[in-house]
Design a protein around this ligand. Structure first.
Ligand code: AVI
Length: 324
């Protein structure tokens, strides 16, 4: 590991402004059916709730991905090679990255990118204590938008993006394709992508993962409304909404929604939004892929799947992609 560097997050602080937040809400809530972009699920409370989701029995994704990473990290490190710059898209608490950082051969730098600024700072500080010699340059940004990497003062042989958690599934396939193409440009020639992709499976397993018995996923979903109330004094009656998640087999996706239990009106910057009793707001899609489906998507985006690892029950996959 190389150059010691203090994180300089203020330089890269792209938290959405109230204006941007309003603009995206206005667009989504003006549609039929209404929708809210899932990236707004992740304020401080939302990020904490998501961390709790990752530990739930029903939410097989995280522990299965961790198992796959642990079982195959030696081969992964060999594929990355020495002096690689590791960028992580939506780094959260960076827990999975530690599996890689513990095994990578002399990584040049680690660039965690996340939209939740406070959460990013806390996890970067924790990581800097564990890896005091690693150059860590956090970037607070919406990784689905335009991305610029911080200037580097180190030399690197290859840039590898790490995109775990099947977050790719939260993008519509057309958007996922555009996104993967942008990541290929960001990584440049010789670049790689280590990506977690949730696999298609039986409906009960899928639906349990998004309807946990303790109601943590429901709280995560409903927190979106609390966030909107806080930002706009919108007067949404959060207790008059209900979490709803189901597997839409036709599209191969979990759909997470909020259902209004009463007729009600919210005010956002003076604009009224009416929610009828029984009306749904779509808050997240989580696409599931068969291995061949994802390979085709990757190919359309300029990547080729070099390696795919899975677990014994074939619940989840970790895939290493190279630029074609
Ligand atoms: C972040 N993302 C991959 C999660 C998922 O499974 O789609 C978000 C989530 N939503 C509800 N539970 C978890």
């Amino acid at each position: 590991m190389k150059i010691l560097s203090a994180p300089s997050p203020a330089l890269y602080d792209f938290e959405p402004s109230a204006g941007e937040f309003f603009g995206e809400l206005f667009l989504g809530l003006s549609q039929n059916p209404k929708s809210i972009p899932s990236k707004f699920l992740y304020d401080k409370t939302g990020s904490e709730l998501f961390d709790q989701i990752c530990c739930l029995d029903e939410y097989y994704l995280t522990r299965t991905e961790v198992l796959i990473l642990r079982n195959n990290v030696a081969e992964i490190s060999t594929l990355f090679g020495s002096d690689c710059r590791l960028i992580e898209l939506g780094s959260g608490s960076s827990a999975k990255t530690r599996i890689l950082l513990d095994h990578l051969h002399e990584p040049a730098a680690y660039v965690p990118i996340d939209i939740a600024g406070d959460h990013l700072l806390q996890s970067t500080a924790r990581l800097a204590r564990v890896y005091p010699e690693l150059c860590i340059t956090p970037v607070c940004a919406d990784f689905t938008g335009a991305l610029t990497l911080p200037e580097s003062s180190y030399s690197t042989k290859r840039t590898v993006a790490f995109f775990p958690g099947s977050t790719i599934g939260n993008l519509e396939p057309v958007e996922a394709e555009k996104f993967l193409r942008r990541i290929a440009i960001l990584c440049g020639a010789g670049g790689g992508l280590l990506i977690g992709v949730d696999l298609k499976k039986d409906r009960p397993t899928l639906e349990r993962a998004y309807n946990d018995a303790r109601g943590i996923t429901a709280a995560f979903n409903l927190n979106l409304l609390t966030r909107i109330n806080r930002a706009f004094s919108a007067g949404i009656r959060v207790d008059q909404f209900q979490h709803y998640a189901f597997y839409n087999e036709e599209f191969g996706r979990i759909e997470m929604r909020l259902v209004s239990l009463a007729d009600q009106t919210a005010q956002l910057n003076g604009t009224p939004f009416v929610f009828g009793q029984g009306e749904h707001i779509i808050t997240e899609y989580s696409y599931k892929y068969a291995a061949q489906e994802f390979a085709k998507l990757a190919a359309r985006s300029g990547w080729t799947v070099k390696r795919l690892w899975t677990d014994a029950a074939k619940l989840f996959s970790v895939q290493y992609l190279e630029i074609r």
